[in-house]
Design a protein around this ligand. Structure first.
Ligand code: NI
Ligand code: MN
Length: 226
């Protein structure tokens, strides 16, 4: 499994030749827009955690160009189906075996509305089991006890957690979340994009290190292999 960071919560995930794109927000991201061209991104499936603009901005354009399937909660799926895009609706607690692996839509504590005010259902995260590696994409969320449910069913290899504070968990809560999901290997997301969520990278890494955990912060366009 190869994971590429495109800024904010945008991730490319390659599982045995299938390309997933999570929360594409690139053309409007001041940190990503000059580095990543959305017209070159591959996507067989686009996974959306919730409807906020900093997660869905480029979903419509990329889905229409690539013919990919949008996977999200029911309300977000219907929104894109009405735009003529192929969708796979899910809802909280539900799993589906896709050709590339299993996806479960899990709870998140946040809000979810489109930029024009359209209701975007309830926000979520994804647990993905594919190619012998399991990951948790928390999406935008507060620290929540529901995270403790995840390791009851899935042994995670990587937890992708928001760390920017203000709109989501900050560093301290993300460290506790890492305990809750029983995964000490964390990829931080949802930081630095806007003034409210700027972080000190070295201080953040040290806080994780002091808790005997590993926080990875990738450059825009940088990949890791699991
Ligand atoms: Ni959000
Ligand atoms: Mn967000």
């Amino acid at each position: 499994m190869k994971i590429t960071f495109y800024g904010q919560n945008s991730l490319g995930i390659e599982i045995a030749g299938t390309h997933l794109l999570v929360d594409p927000f690139i053309s409007g991201n001041p940190l990503s827009k000059d580095l990543i061209d959305i017209n070159t991104l591959k996507a067989d499936f686009i996974l959306l955690t919730h409807a906020h603009q900093d997660h869905v901005l480029d979903a419509e354009a990329i889905a229409k160009r690539t013919g990919s399937t949008i996977v999200s909660n029911y309300e977000i799926a219907m929104y894109y189906q009405n735009l003529g895009i192929t969708v796979h609706p899910m809802n909280h607690g539900g799993s589906w075996k896709f050709p590339f692996g299993m996806v479960k839509y899990v709870n998140a504590i946040h809000t979810s509305s489109f930029a024009d005010g359209t209701y975007g259902g309830q926000p979520g995260g994804f647990v993905i089991e594919g190619e012998h590696k399991n990951i948790y994409i928390a999406g935008d969320t507060a620290l929540t006890m529901d995270m403790k449910l995840i390791p009851m069913q899935t042994k995670l290899d990587l937890a992708i957690l928001p760390i920017g504070d203000n709109f989501t968990m900050g560093i301290e809560d993300a460290i506790i979340a890492s305990d809750f999901v029983q995964c000490d290997k964390v990829l931080g997301v949802h930081y630095d994009t806007f003034g409210y969520i700027e972080i000190d990278h070295e201080a953040a890494k040290k806080q994780f290190y002091d808790a005997e955990k590993d926080l990875m912060l990738l450059e825009i366009g940088e990949s890791i292999e699991l």
